[in-house]
Design a protein around this ligand. Structure first.
Ligand SMILES: Nc1nc2c(ncn2[C@@H]2O[C@H](COP(=O)(O)OP(=O)(O)OP(=O)(O)O)[C@@H](O)[C@H]2O)c(=O)[nH]1
Length: 316
C-alpha cells in the first residue's frame, strides 16, 4: 500500500468523498477511539492493511484477463498466490490456489462465451458473478460492491473528515509497521509532529467554525505537500503528524519547513496562522514508536518555547 506507491491500506485513494459529520462527533470519535477500543481497532486495521496489500482492483483484473503480458507480470509478482488473490478480489471469499486457478480460467472461458453470445464485452466481474452464482453455484450469497463504494467506506473509516488526514489509529499501525521495516532494512525513518500555534485564540476570537476551517485548510496543505510514501495523520485535536519512510533528517526538515511556510502564507479573511514542528528520527536508541514520538514531541515543545513558527530537530 502507500510509499512511492506502497499502499497504506487505502492511501492511494485520492477521491474527495469525505463524509460530512459535525465536528463535535469527530472529536468524540477521536477521544472515544483513544480511550475505548483502540486495541481492537488497531487489530482490525492491521488486518485490513495486510489484506489490502494483495487486493487487486477491477481495472487490474481486466488487464490480467485480456493481456497476456500483464498476466505474466502479475504471475511473477504474486507467484503462488496470484489466483487466490484474484478470486479473493472478485468474491471476497478465500479459495486454495489450485481451485482458484481452475475457476479463473473457467471464468475467462465463460466471459468469452458471454461476449460472443451478447455481442458486447461483459467484463470480468459480471462474468465471474454469473459463472460462480448461476453455473458453478460456488457463491451462495454474493456480495456486489462497487469499487467507488469500497473506496468511500475505506476513506470514511480511515480518514478524519475535517482535515482529510488519516486517523490516529491508522497512524499507530503504520508507524509500527514502518519502524519495523526501517529496522529490518536499516533505512531511515522520520516523524514530524505539527501543532497549530495559539489555536485557542483563533477559536476564541473568530469562533469554532473558523477554527475548523483553519484545520481543514492546514490538512489540505499537508496532504498536498507530502509524497505518496508518507503518511499524514490527525494525531489529536490540533496536533498533526507525518510519517516519512526512507527520509533523512535533513530532507524531513526541509519538508517540514516547506509546510510551515505554506501554512504561514495561508490567509483566513483577516488573520494568518502558524505552526510549530518537532522532528524525530529513528536511531539506535529511538527504536520504538513510543521513543520516536517522544523525541518528536520534545522537539515540538522546544519549538514552542523558542517562539513558535519553526521546525526543531529532536535529539536522541
Ligand atoms: N475549531 C476546533 N478547535 C479545536 C479542535 N480540536 C482542538 N481544538 C482546539 O485547539 C485548542 C488548543 O489549545 P491549546 O492546547 O491551549 O494550544 P494553543 O492555543 O494552540 O497554544 P500553543 O499550543 O501553546 O501554541 C483548544 O482551544 C481546542 O478547543 C477542532 O477540531 N476544531
Amino acid at each position: 500500500m502507500a510509499q512511492g506507491s506502497k499502499n497504506h491500506t487505502v492511501s492511494n485513494d485520492n477521491s474527495n468523498s469525505n463524509l460530512h459529520r459535525n465536528n463535535s462527533k469527530s472529536n468524540d470519535r477521536i477521544s472515544n477511539a483513544a480511550t475505548n477500543s483502540l486495541d481492537n481497532t488497531e487489530k482490525q486495521l492491521e488486518d485490513i492493511i495486510e489484506v489490502d496489500e494483495n487486493t487487486l482492483s477491477l481495472a487490474e483484473l481486466e488487464f490480467i484477463a485480456n493481456d497476456k503480458k500483464v498476466h505474466n507480470c502479475y504471475k511473477e509478482k504474486y507467484k503462488s498466490h496470484l489466483y487466490s488473490n484474484i478470486l479473493m478480489s472478485l468474491t471476497h471469499e478465500s479459495f486454495p490456489e489450485n481451485e482458484a486457478k481452475a475457476l479463473w480460467y473457467e471464468i475467462i472461458d465463460h466471459m468469452q462465451k458471454l461476449n460472443h453470445t451478447l455481442g458486447r464485452y461483459v467484463g470480468v466481474s459480471v462474468a465471474s458473478l454469473d459463472y460462480l452464482t448461476n453455473i458453478k453455484c460456488t457463491l451462495i450469497e454474493p456480495k456486489i460492491i462497487e469499487e467507488d463504494k469500497i473506496n468511500y467506506v475505506a476513506q470514511a473509516t480511515t480518514k478524519d473528515e475535517l482535515t482529510g488526514l488519516y486517523l490516529r489509529e491508522v497512524f499507530n499501525v503504520v508507524l509500527k509497521k514502518e519502524l519495523g521495516e526501517a529496522r529490518r532494512s536499516n533505512s531511515m525513518l522520520c516523524l514530524l509532529m505539527i501543532d497549530i500555534d495559539d489555536f485557542k485564540n483563533v477559536n476564541d476570537t473568530y469562533g469554532h467554525q473558523k477554527g475548523d476551517e483553519v484545520l481543514s485548510k492546514i490538512g489540505d496543505t499537508i496532504n498536498d505537500s507530502v509524497r505518496e510514501m508518507d503518511l499524514a495523520a490527525r494525531y489529536g485535536g490540533e496536533e498533526l503528524a507525518i510519517i516519512m519512510p526512507n527520509t533523512t533528517m535533513k530532507d524531513a526538515y526541509q519538508v517540514g519547513d516547506r509546510i510551515r511556510k505554506k501554512i504561514e502564507n495561508l490567509t483566513f479573511c483577516s488573520f494568518n496562522v502558524t505552526v510549530s514542528i518537532g522532528l524525530g528520527a529513528i536511531s539506535k536508541t529511538a527504536n520504538t514508536t513510543t521513543k520516536l514520538i517522544d523525541i518528536a514531541d520534545m522537539a515540538l515543545y522546544k519549538a514552542k518555547e523558542n517562539g513558535k513558527n519553526q521546525v526543531v530537530m529532536g535529539d536522541e
